[in-house]
Structure formats: structure tokens, C-alpha cells
Design a protein around this ligand. Structure first.
Ligand SMILES: [Zn+2]
Length: 424
């Protein structure tokens, strides 16, 4: 057992106490309230965390309740470890109070334990372990705690207008080994006049819809069941809207529905029929999901979620999808997104993280490309590093979210080793 591992084992109870205190705050985004840009509770979680860092002897800063930070030493930071203290609402299905940390068979259960309060606690204890046990660092390290990751990351956008981020940034808010590539993302909303009957389907743009119903004067005429999945992995779901269009548009010859049926054949998930269907070697096939189709006040309104390859641009993909929709008679209400994000796999930074991962876990390290966006999507040179281990999901955003005590400690160990490797 390394000295660092031993130190962390000895501080297990202390780590769990800090996590328990953070979990007890329901730090879900709320309306801005005076000096609290995301409501009082995310700011309260941040205050607790900064107090713990300050008690441990690190210099802390609270940037107007958007973001807080703790510095290892007086040097300009070369490395930042980025976590967040806001959480998504509890939802339903919990077997215990989501805001009272429950210890059960090696698991720590509660909202935020895995995403991302647990990793935030691990980062603090990693810093403490390095100070106790390692030679003085040659470079500076900063822990950064955000409060708005779950709702668009306005915290980081603001922080970046006030402070410069160091050249190396990793966020333990994804999975191991290293996520270095994230597809570009576009959300398109479109509509057209439609008074024939009612259609009801998905309400969430980034999920494959599981139900689609057509009704006339409150009598259901037709419905389709599918299977939901995240829009970045549509192959795991079964799109009820495209199934509906496929089965229904032939019988009922409305030009808008027939047009959509041609653009979105059931089972196709890469937008080929819309003129897309691109792929690249690193991130694979693109995805294009018709995720919403609903009638409202005499309009048929739709939504599309697109994740596009690393070598394409927002402008190019937006042009193609909007043109296809306009061709079949729809108007575009909005079309917004982000460019792809890639950090060089062969950079010293990424290679060092992979080495640390291999040394601590004994597993082979490699880079991963994903369709979703992580907390570092807008940060040049940033990567996600942990904190979920392959095949060990903690049910983030779901009921009974958890982190194991072992992984709370192991994450701290990996972060401490990464700090020494990169800044020692
Ligand atoms: Zn998160």
C-alpha cells in the first residue's frame, strides 16, 4: 500500500463526514436571488466546501457565488481539478431520503454522491494527502468548485470572464480512463401550421421518445410505443415518433408528416436521409434524433438533437438540417449548438493521466470519445478524468445514486497521484 493510500484510508471517516454535510444541502438550481445567481442552496454547498478547504489551510476564493476555488500553494496554478456542487432534483424511486447520506454495504447513497459532490470531496483529500506526504510541488494546483454544471454551466462561463484557467484542466465529472473527444451538438426547434388532429410525444429534446399518440377530439386514433434512451446513444432506444411516422403517414397523407417520414426513416439514427450521415475515425457515426413532435395552438412543433463529428462545423451541419426541414414546409424556430471538443491524445498531459490511471488501477488506460458534452466542453485542452470506473456506474441523476467507499478513496488516490505526476 502506498503512503497516499494509507493516508486516505486513515481519513475515510472524515471524508464521509464532509460528503454527508454536502449531501444534506439540496443544491438544485433555483431563480437568481440577490447575490445568489443560482439560488441560495448551490451557494450554501459552495460555502461549506470552501470552509473545509480553508480549515485545511488552503487559500480560498469565492467568485460571487458562481464558482469557488482553493489553491495548493502561492504559485500560479498549472493544473485545475474541476468539480461541481450543484445537483439535479431527486426525482422518484428512492429507498431512503436522498439528502441524508446512507451507508449500506460499502455504498454511500444520496443525491450528488457520484455526481459530483463525491469527486469534489476526493479532490480536497487528494490535495491534503499531497501536502502531507509529497515533496513540495514545483507548480501550482487549484481546485475549482462550480455551482451550475447541471443547468448549462453559466458558472464557468462567468468565472472565465474573471479568472484565467490554467493550461491543464481535468474534471472528474465523467468516466475513466480519459474522455478527450466530445462531438459537436445542435438542437433544432421547428414548426408549421397544422390543424388536422393532435399529436403528443416526447417532451425532452435530448432523449429518444418512448411514446407517440395521435388523437382527434380527444379520441386516440393511433399510438406507438418505443423505448427511451439518451439522444447521444439512440441505437439503445427505439424512437416512437419515427415509428409513428413510418406506420401512419402512408395512410394519412399529410405532406408535413410524409416529409418527416422521408427525412427520418424508422431505425436510422445518423441523419443520412436528411443529407447528414457523417462519421469520423475517433468519434464514430454521428447521431440525429427527431425527439419531439407535438401539436400546440394550431402548430405542429418538433425538436431534433444532433451530435456531429469532430471534423465538421456547427455552421455546416446547421445549414444541412435546417435546409432539409425548410424543403418539406417547416419554419426554423431556433437552431443552436456547440462545436466539437478535442484534446490531443498524445499530449504529455493526457499521457500522464493515462499512466497514473494504469498505475493505480492496474487496468489499461485509453482515450474515449463521447456524444455528450462534459464540464470541459468549452475549455481548450481540458479532459474528463473519472470519476466513474468502467462498468461501475453510480446511477447518476437516478434514484439511489451512490459511490462506494472504495471508489471515494480510490478517486482521491488517483487525483493525488495525478497532481504529483503533473506538478511535482
Ligand atoms: Zn456532473
Amino acid at each position: 500500500m502506498t503512503k497516499i493510500r494509507k493516508y486516505l484510508e486513515e481519513h475515510r471517516e472524515e471524508m464521509i463526514d464532509v460528503l454527508s454535510e454536502l449531501v444534506s444541502v439540496r443544491s438544485v438550481q433555483n431563480d437568481a436571488d440577490g447575490e445568489y445567481p443560482f439560488g441560495k442552496e448551490p451557494a450554501r454547498a459552495l460555502k461549506i466546501m470552501l470552509e473545509k478547504c480553508s480549515e485545511a489551510g488552503f487559500n480560498v476564493e469565492n467568485v460571487e457565488n458562481y464558482v469557488g476555488s482553493a489553491d495548493f500553494n502561492e504559485l500560479e496554478p498549472s493544473l485545475a481539478i474541476l468539480t461541481h456542487l450543484d445537483v439535479v432534483p431527486e426525482g422518484t424511486g428512492w429507498s431512503s431520503d436522498p439528502y441524508i447520506l446512507k451507508r449500506s454495504e460499502g455504498r454511500l447513497i444520496g443525491r450528488g454522491t457520484c455526481d459530483d459532490k463525491g469527486p469534489a470531496v476526493s479532490s480536497l483529500f487528494a490535495l491534503k494527502a499531497v501536502r502531507e506526504l509529497a515533496k513540495p510541488l514545483k507548480r501550482g494546483v487549484r481546485l475549482i468548485f462550480g455551482t451550475n454544471e447541471e443547468n448549462g454551466s453559466a458558472d464557468l462561463a462567468y468565472y472565465r470572464t474573471k479568472r484565467k484557467l490554467p493550461p491543464m484542466v481535468f474534471t472528474p465529472d465523467g468516466e475513466y480512463p480519459v474522455i478527450n473527444a466530445e462531438k459537436g451538438m445542435i438542437r433544432v426547434y421547428f414548426s408549421a401550421d397544422f390543424n388536422d388532429f393532435s399529436i403528443t410525444s416526447g417532451k425532452i429534446i435530448n432523449a429518444v421518445p418512448e411514446k407517440c399518440t395521435a388523437s382527434y377530439e380527444r379520441h386516440i386514433m393511433f399510438w406507438c410505443d418505443g423505448k427511451s434512451s439518451h439522444a447521444s446513444t439512440p441505437e439503445k432506444g427505439d424512437n416512437a415518433i419515427t415509428k409513428f411516422l413510418d406506420e401512419y403517414s402512408g395512410t394519412y397523407k399529410n405532406p408535413l408528416l410524409c416529409g418527416l417520414a422521408l427525412l427520418f426513416p424508422h431505425g436510422e439514427t445518423d441523419g443520412k436521409s436528411c443529407g447528414l450521415g457523417f462519421s469520423d475515425d475517433i468519434s464514430g457515426k454521428m447521431t440525429c434524433v427527431l425527439s419531439m413532435l407535438n401539436t400546440e395552438n394550431g402548430r405542429l412543433k418538433g425538436g431534433i438533437d444532433i451530435r456531429f463529428p469532430l471534423d465538421r462545423t456547427l455552421k455546416e451541419i446547421s445549414g444541412i438540417i435546417c435546409g432539409s426541414l425548410e424543403n418539406i414546409g417547416f419554419g426554423i424556430d431556433s437552431c443552436e449548438g456547440t462545436e466539437p471538443h478535442v484534446t490531443d491524445e498524445n499530449s504529455e498531459f493526457v499521457q500522464s493521466l493515462l499512466r497514473v490511471y494504469e498505475r493505480v488501477t492496474g487496468d489499461k488506460g485509453h482515450c474515449i470519445a463521447i456524444g455528450g458534452g462534459t464540464y470541459v466542453h468549452e475549455i481548450d485542452g481540458g479532459v474528463a478524468f473519472g470519476a466513474e470506473f468502467p462498468n461501475e456506474g453510480g446511477n447518476m441523476h437516478g434514484a439511489d445514486e451512490f459511490v462506494t467507499e472504495e471508489n471515494l478513496i480510490r478517486n482521491a488516490e488517483i487525483m493525488a497521484e495525478a497532481i504529483i505526476e503533473l506538478c511535482g
